[in-house]
Ligand binder design. Structure first.
Ligand SMILES: [Zn+2]
Length: 81
């Protein structure tokens, strides 16, 4: 999931792109349709990527070093204890 702040950055970026399309002389309806299509495309891409990460790393990653958690332990941090 995108954080709320990243969501707004994404929306702002797409709005700027839409304004650019309008500036290039594209009619408003097409600019809006392209902007919405890009937004949906990015949301779908991010959703699929997150799903793939969850499937590949079902137990998540270590909050300290970012390594993949296996059998409930971090291979880097928990072995040191
Ligand atoms: Zn770790």
């Amino acid at each position: 999931m995108l954080g709320a702040k990243r969501e707004w950055i994404l929306i702002a970026g797409i709005l700027l792109f839409m304004i650019g399309l309008l500036g290039a002389g594209l009619p408003l309806i097409y600019s809006v349709l392209i902007a919405v299509a890009i937004y949906i495309g990015i949301k779908a891409y991010v959703g699929r990527k997150n799903l793939k990460i969850r499937q590949e790393i079902p137990e998540g990653i270590c909050a300290h070093c970012g390594a993949k958690i296996t059998e409930g332990k971090c291979p880097n941090c928990d072995d040191i204890k």
